[in-house]
Design a protein around this ligand. Sequence first.
Ligand code: CA
Length: 233
Amino acid sequence: MANPVRVLVVEDEPAILELIAINLEHAGFAPLRAASAEEAAHLLRQTLPDAALLDWMLPGQSGLALARKLRAEARTRELPIIFLTARSGESDKVAALEAGADDYLTKPFSARELIARIRAVLRRRAPQLGDQPVEISGLRLDPGAHEVHGNGRGLELSPTEFRLLHFLMTHPNRVYSRSKLLDGVWGDDAVVEERTVDVHVRRLRQALAPSGHDALVETVRGSGYLLRGGARP
Ligand code: CA
């Protein structure tokens, strides 16, 4: 089983915060609660969530200011952000999107709509968290069934190699440094050394070797790793 997707909820109204958190839990997410931008910043120093829901109007720092800060820092730059707000004016939407929000929900919203928007943003921004099968050059990974096939032949992968391959296959043709892979595959609160990545890449290549797909995983000297996808030159 994959770890539940962690969603940070920043909302100063306790009843709304609790309602959102309960709905997230019902949908299989793991909510992280914060009542202010300051509390969220504190929480973010310990845990990097997979997505964030930010209320606009907060005591102290606003949700908008928090979003700008998250986008400005390397660690949280890629964090998917959805705004929750009672403000529905067009200029507010523009301001939210310019601050780096991926989506925008106007209160009141239904739990179903909230969950659907979170899933849509995650599909777009973090496909490795989804359940959609991925296929590249005859290598097929099915997250739901937890199976990998190379040219139709079943391949045996341990859970870590499976997550590593899922991440690489959903981000093909991009070089990832060891520290970026640690963030993306292990989660950044994991205590893992960077050379551990090399060990798992080696094991992944061994697991893919029976169908020859080990050649898809390339080492980029001095930079990290890359999975070659699509048409090859
Ligand atoms: Ca509020």
